[in-house]
Ligand binder design. Structure first.
Ligand code: ATP
Ligand code: MG
Length: 458
């Protein structure tokens, strides 16, 4: 019998995760689902294959991903299909296809864990098949949503031990103010003293899609565009105040960031907030471990109603290589094994929704939600800008066990009013005022008693 004359290997840029690595990846992704649940996100699975137009339309037909990196093929029926290069387009396609906006209370918060495919030049930290975890909030116009996602992204990276994660943010405006920025940038790039120093590709980009030039990783292009116009100088009033609120929110929950007016991100669909997380432990060309931002116009582009949204994705392979992991998984310390897990399908409802009576409570609300999550309870901020009544209705529809109401009056006393959404045995407990600092623990006790049933740490 003729044998195989050479050994097979996996395709270029695509590798196996043998048990040692696969176990770490599985642990990281299950940590992500636990964390996303605390922020009120539910899992979603979209297909690995989409019609090619889904990415052409959303990611943008002048983006690097669409022009160079997609695995596209014609199937036997003659349809053009593409292996997904990223997760957002599929989520938005599903949201519109299933008319989720009609049936569900918005924001629709979903998270995914899955493999992405990009035809890139393989190198350390850059593969052709790689895993991402990501989250999207659709129907979330408020800056609170940006802040909570950035926090969740950093909690994940910090939790898996990524070395010195650095948050970089920018605002790239919207369809009102971006055109004048792009025009100014185009003019800047066209001037001979800049144009001549750009790489061949960027010379083309400078005409077709000037923003892309700022995303080029080549040192010569970075240098040539050092003095380019800044997006922040062109923001219209609503974009400017949104960005200011995002920054104030980050400061309120003590998240450090660096402002990078050149951060534009590689995908066409972004508006307003753009962010990236860089790890000090990686090579500069592959040092972004996560990226995200707003895409307020994307749902409409897919034929849905106007639905502002925000999302992010973390590269799991890249962030794990930037993480300080224990050398070996063999541990000599033994603890009592947990009980045999049981299969418990079904959704979940939030423990606490934090309601702001008006915007003056925004920062305190972000801080409070964060504090409640640290107690292992599912909590998030219900966006201001809606009446108290409509926020209460929203909390009821979402199945929240309690709401935490913050307004100017509560804040002046440094308190929060906790209102249970069910009838307790003892009616006195239906609504209580609690000092803000003690609110996390107190809410946990109100909902779960002193037991450790919900706990992360005893
Ligand atoms: P880069 O600038 O490094 O090309 P990107 O802007 O293309 O990244 P995103 O589309 O924002 O990346 O994807 C989010 C994250 O997914 C990145 O921050 C990175 O950690 C990871 N990622 C992207 N492309 C790859 C790849 N080819 N291999 C491994 N991880 C990747
Ligand atoms: Mg890329």
């Amino acid at each position: 019998m003729a044998g195989i004359d050479r050994k097979f290997s996996a395709p270029k840029g695509i590798s196996d995760a043998l048990p040692h690595k696969a176990a770490v990846v599985a642990e990281a992704t299950s940590f992500f689902s636990a964390l996303a649940s605390l922020y009120g996100y539910s899992p979603i699975e979209t297909p690995l294959l989409e019609k090619t137009e889904v990415f052409e339309r959303s990611v943008g037909d002048t983006s690097d991903i669409v022009t160079k990196q997609m695995y596209t093929f014609e199937d036997k029926g003659g349809d053009s299909l593409t292996l997904r290069p990223e997760g957002t387009a599929g989520v938005v396609r599903a949201f519109v296809e299933h008319e989720v906006y009609k049936a569900e209370a918005l924001p629709w918060r979903v998270y995914y864990i899955g493999d992405m495919f990009r035809y890139e030049r393989p190198q350390a930290g850059r593969y052709r098949q790689f895993k991402q975890v990501g989250a999207e909030a659709l129907g979330a116009p408020e800056p609170e949503a940006d802040v909570e996602q950035i926090e969740m992204c950093l909690e994940f990276l910090g939790g898996i031990g990524v070395a010195s994660p650095k948050l970089v943010i920018n605002s790239i405006g919207d369809s009102v103010c971006r055109p004048s920025y792009v025009a100014a940038l185009g003019e800047f790039l066209a001037s001979a003293k800049v144009h001549d120093r750009l790489c061949e590709e960027c010379r083309q980009r400078s005409v077709r899609n000037p923003l892309r030039v700022l995303d080029c990783k080549k040192a010569e292009c970075k240098k040539a565009t050092e003095d380019s116009p800044r997006t922040l100088d062109f923001l219209c009033e609503p974009c400017r105040s949104h960005f200011e609120a995002v920054r104030a929110g980050l400061e309120a929950i003590k998240i450090e960031y660096r402002l990078d007016p050149r951060l534009v991100r590689g995908l066409d669909y972004y508006t307003r907030t753009a962010f990236e997380v860089i790890s000090g432990g990686l090579e500069a060309a592959q040092d972004a471990v996560a990226g995200g931002g707003r895409y307020d116009g994307l749902v409409e582009l897919f034929g849905g109603p106007p639905t502002p949204a925000v999302g992010f994705a973390v590269g799991v392979d890249r962030s794990l290589s930037a993480a300080r992991l224990p050398e070996s998984q063999v541990t000599t310390k033994r603890s009592l094994p947990p009980a045999v897990p049981s299969f418990a399908p079904g959704g979940f409802s939030p423990d606490v929704i934090v309601v702001e009576i008006d915007e003056s409570a925004r920062d305190a609300a972000l801080l409070l939600a964060s504090r409640i999550r640290r107690e292992g309870l599912v909590a998030f901020v219900s966006p201001a800008g809606r009446s108290l009544k409509s926020q209460m209705k929203h909390a009821d529809r979402a199945g929240a066990a309690a709401v935490a109401v913050l307004g100017p009056e509560e804040l002046s006393r440094n308190e929060v009013a906790i209102r249970l959404m069910f009838e307790p045995d003892d009616y006195e407990r239906k609504q209580v005022s609690i000092r803000l600092e003690d609110a996390g623990k107190a809410v946990r006790e109100m909902l779960y008693g002193r037991s450790n049933e919900k706990g992360t740490t005893p």
